[in-house]
Design a protein. Sequence first.
Length: 244
Amino acid sequence: MAFSLSKYPDLNVREQAERFESMGLEDTLRWTWETFGRQAAIGTSYQGSGLVIIHHARKLGLDFPVFTVDTGLLFPETEALRIRLEEFFGIQIEGLKPAQTVHEQWADYGGNLWETNPDTCCTLRKVLPLQQRLSQLDVWITGLRRGQSETRAKTGILEMYEFDKLREKNLLKLNPMANWSREQVWDYIKANAIPYNPLHDRGYRSIGCWPCTKLAGGENERAGRWEGFEKTECGIHTFLGSNI
Ligand code: SF4
């Protein structure tokens, strides 16, 4: 693969992926920083596990860039949390914005696209801005956990994707929280007094854009997203296609 053979000739992705399975979060992040530096960045929507990653990175002095996808349709509580987190961690969180404002999109598509075609809405407001940022990176660090839903049950701690066939660019995706449980995440957040979204205390388990997030119970942590549609993922974790 172009990625492992050229830019990082000593890296064997499969072997490293196996090592990560028994490595703790601190060692995983340290190795990633020593290998990739700021070519690795943390993407977060401020759900619990992303906050744990940022906290560890700050504690260890690992200066990964941190970004979020700012759809323009986030809850006010989520917007306010961003400011609190920037203060708490002493960082700036980069907001990735869609090409169109919500109003421009509404005018072009003749109404609320999330009600008529949420896949297109997610592509425009989430996937495209994210792809643009990922094209500049070698490693995307995420807070995905296997326990979040059936679609995430096979998440690897280290995965490699073909990102841009024409330019032979691959992308590593590091999911260092894959084997953490929801309880472990929240115990850590509470123990370290990390600011979190107050909507969790009102019963929301997974929080995205306000039009597509509802209260829901049950086993699936992501139930409550895109109620009334078959959709379970916004596309930011599925557009990459197969793991190579
Ligand atoms: S989550 Fe809903 S509002 Fe947000 S981008 Fe996707 S469809 Fe649009």
